[in-house]
Ligand binder design. Sequence first.
Ligand SMILES: Nc1ncnc2c1ncn2[C@@H]1O[C@H](COP(=O)(O)OP(=O)(O)OP(=O)(O)O)[C@@H](O)[C@H]1O
Ligand SMILES: [Mg+2]
Length: 252
Amino acid sequence: MNAQTSESTQSEFVLECHSVGKTYGGLKAVSDVNIAARRGEILGIIGPNGAGKTTLFNIISGHVGSTTGTIVFNGADVTRKPAHTRARLGMGRTFQIVRPIRSLTVLENVMIGAFHAYPTREAAAQQALRVLERVELIDRAKSNAGDLTLAGRKRLEVARALAGNTQLLLLDEVMAGLNPSEANLAIAMIHRLSLTGVSVILIEHNLKVVNELAQNVVVLDHGAEISQGSPAEVLSDPAVITAYLGNRKVAK
Ligand SMILES: Nc1ncnc2c1ncn2[C@@H]1O[C@H](COP(=O)(O)OP(=O)(O)OP(=O)(O)O)[C@@H](O)[C@H]1O
Ligand SMILES: [Mg+2]
């Protein structure tokens, strides 16, 4: 990755969103959201279906342009930078619907995520192997991606997102559809990644997962940020309870 200025590397925050909004026609999918993720922390983003969580990720990663606001990554304004530039600067993301290239091997899928930082085939393969170790998928490196279970495909998605010297990992519901023991393994994996210095922003429906992993949580509802704080603070916030009870039960 390119050297950052000493000023930017000293920023306390790996990511800042200032007054970020996205409008689709008349719909405010995301409205005036302000969040900041500290370097090395795990930040949870929760909210009912349609709250704007994935749209916020799309704005952060550069996959959709914001209607309003500013995105600052490692102290640098990246609002006008395309997704591939943000990836090269160290942002990696997973997609809610995992779409590995099923006819390629697990290793080859991860290499695709590595090429922008490791342009030769050999270097990309070495990096992909290192990342597969980190997500504990190394024993499936030569398998066809299409032969993985859902839990394996989710791990592969994390590996692809990590492959380019990623400093900030954006995880969109990587636990969805996993059984409790698979989810526990995924929680342990994310915790380990965080201990290696990767900052993580995690969209998650399972509040138990957020409670276990996140130091801070942002709650979205109808595109707006309705609460922020520690998991204990937000899960006892009456505004959050009302938002969830209007849509679904709060899982304790
Ligand atoms: N490309 C788009 N065009 C029009 N509307 C969109 C588009 N993408 C998202 N929306 C709308 O924006 C709102 C927020 O959607 P988003 O996918 O960000 O929610 P979410 O919080 O990720 O929901 P879920 O928990 O179901 O994944 C929804 O009303 C959705 O229908
Ligand atoms: Mg979503």
